[in-house]
Design a protein around this ligand. Structure first.
Ligand code: ZN
Length: 424
């Protein structure tokens, strides 16, 4: 007897296997098995003929796209989006640290914030998020619980910091280690959806003792992730040089302490030179480009095209709350404009890959991010008619790249009609 397949009908759009062009099937079908894996992606009528007993989910007229990865976002910055400051370091002191102080303990405030945080992710089509929680292990535990309850994928870490911050959010190395060990034990690898990321906030926030501890844990288990910030702004870079006079560079602070590797995700990486970039490549480090944040704080213009030409692993993050939108569509359209300001060119498919299949591959999820045979059916349904201007643009567009460009510039949460992880 034929297995109980589901056949999803719609306009399929995803990055092709060559990772440089688009795979588009205008009246397409996505055949999904009872385990939530994609059996085939093809023409709808042909699949319907071959699999007549498949249950049809008809989304004709809507786009079926892989759901998004957001590779850099801060849970305790939920309430401070759009808080204005001259630059990163002042913004941290004035808004970030006081706001993050509220995200402590297991209480209704943190629980409700976690619910709202996940609400925003899923209402924007994001099913995998790489998250900085607060420095509190208990609040981070609640965030993991909410991710588990909602069934979405997360790489989450409590932010480690033991200096240059208010005492109420500083955590000493010993307590940090206790919380870290406990969170890893409880959550890392759970249901193959939840993972732990060691999360030194950035070099200025961490003593050598803290970084050594995190490095030791990172080395103890190759399946762990590590995330931190790097080379976001010129004042930050000068500060790191003052704090670490024996280091050859900002990146050397992390490298010499064993914090760089193929599961290290560095936020920003804007102000780099050729030797930094060679070192990033050597270690196979993953970069998270956060354009709305970089523009909001005036941090600098990310060199996306040259990084991609070097085969550097680049992904896309919203960086809430310096970033101004949970939407990866908005983030993509600002990534495009950042490239333009550098007189560089990123195509719609280049940018779309950063939020879908490239993010999946670089984070080690070989079966996510593309609508293709053997991949998990993690997909979103986007209805262009929810916005008249988007509907007009996709109607007049002549190529798949042009249709994707229209989505990048006009789609938002109003257009999201469905979101599925492993087909459900
Ligand atoms: Zn950040």
């Amino acid at each position: 007897m034929q297995k109980p397949f589901v056949l999803v009908r719609g306009h399929l759009l995803s990055v092709a296997r060559n990772n440089t062009s688009l795979e588009e099937i205008r009246d397409g079908g996505l055949l999904i098995d009872d385990k939530g894996s994609i059996v085939k992606a093809g023409e709808f009528f042909s699949l319907q003929k071959d699999y007549p007993s498949a249950a049809i989910r008809d989304h004709s007229g809507s786009y079926i796209l892989p759901s998004f990865f957001d590779t850099h976002i801060h849970f305790p910055q939920l309430d401070m989006i759009g808080s204005c400051a001259e630059e990163l370091l002042l913004w941290l002191q004035r808004y970030t640290f006081p706001r993050e102080a509220a995200f402590r303990g297991k209480n209704d405030f943190v629980r409700l914030a976690a619910t709202h945080f996940v609400d925003e992710l899923v209402s924007n089509g994001t099913t995998t998020a790489v998250v900085y929680s607060s420095s509190c292990g208990d609040a981070t535990d609640l965030l993991f619980e909410e991710f588990e309850r909602r069934g979405i994928r997360g790489i989450i870490g409590k932010t480690s910091m033991d200096r240059h911050c208010p005492p109420e959010i500083a955590v000493d190395t010993q307590k940090d280690r206790e919380w870290t060990d406990d969170l890893i034990k409880r959550w890392h690898g759970k249901d193959e959806r939840l993972f732990y990321a060691l999360t030194p906030r950035f070099a200025p926030s961490c003593t050598n003792e803290m970084m050594s501890m995190l490095s030791e844990v990172y080395a103890s288990d190759p399946s762990l992730y590590l995330q931190t910030h790097y080379a976001e702004n010129q004042n930050e870079i000068k500060w790191v040089a003052d704090l670490f006079p024996d280091s050859k560079s900002y990146l050397d602070v992390y490298d010499s302490r064993g914090l760089l590797g193929a599961r290290t995700i560095l936020g920003h990486s804007i102000h780099t030179d050729a030797s930094d970039e060679a070192l990033l490549l050597d270690h196979g480090v993953v970069i998270s480009h956060c354009p709305t944040s970089n523009l909001f704080l005036g941090s600098g213009l990310f060199k996306g095209q040259s990084y991609l030409a070097q085969k550097q692993k680049v992904t896309l993050g919203t960086d809430i709350g310096a970033g101004t939108s949970f939407s990866q569509w908005q983030t993509m359209n600002e990534a495009y404009k950042v490239a333009q300001l550098r007189q560089e060119r990123l195509s719609p498919s280049d940018i779309f890959a950063l939020a879908t299949v490239s993010a999946a591959e670089h984070l080690g999820f070989k079966n996510l991010g593309r609508l293709d045979e053997g991949f998990s059916a993690d997909y979103q349904i986007v209805d262009p008619s929810a916005r008249a201007i988007l509907k007009r643009h996709v109607t007049v567009a002549e190529t798949a790249e042009e249709r994707l460009a229209a989505l990048i510039h006009f789609a938002d949460d109003r257009c999201l009609k469905g979101l599925h992880i492993q087909g459900t």
